[in-house]
Design a protein around this ligand. Structure first.
Ligand code: AMP
Ligand code: ZN
Length: 137
């Protein structure tokens, strides 16, 4: 499946060049053009799925295996001390390119990168509402 107007379909398919760290029949891994840190890269499936809700479970599993394969090489090669794995779904979650992708973001001791949230407090009402969503019918 391919979306003709999708930049990541074009990059993953090799139509638009990108700095490629890894490629197999299902995926291309490229350097992010606006990296959060040195080595920030993106795992792109070659098939177009907009997000986590659309991607088939089997392809998602394979993407996780690619992340697992690249993580030590990426961090070891760059002497990073940590790695964030980030995956955004929907504009409200910060997704800017609607083609499923996983960010691998190497982290370095003392880097001042901002990634995260201000911790809240789980209220009883929220807890009950959320647990209610997961109760069997
Ligand atoms: P997200 O906000 O999760 O959708 O992430 C999209 C990412 O794609 C951002 O980090 C962008 O910097 C990156 N990006 C957008 N266009 C390109 C491109 N042509 N080549 C490489 N990275 C890109
Ligand atoms: Zn696409």
């Amino acid at each position: 499946m391919k979306d003709c107007n999708c930049i990541f379909c074009k990059i993953a398919g090799g139509e638009i060049p990108a700095a490629t760290l890894y490629e197999d029949e299902g995926f291309r891994v490229i350097l992010d053009v606006n990296p959060a840190s040195k080595g920030h890269c993106l795992i792109l499936p070659k098939e177009h799925y907009a997000n986590l809700f659309e991607i088939p479970a089997e392809l998602l599993q394979r993407a996780a295996v690619v992340a697992k394969k690249l993580a030590p090489k990426l961090t070891g090669g760059l002497h990073a001390s940590g790695l964030n794995v980030v995956q955004n779904n929907g504009e409200s979650a910060g997704q800017t390119v609607p083609h499923f992708h996983i960010h691998l973001i190497p982290r370095y001791d003392g880097d001042n990168m901002k990634l995260g949230w201000i911790p809240g407090k789980l209220t009883e009402a929220d807890r009950d509402e959320i647990l209610g969503c997961f109760k069997a019918d």
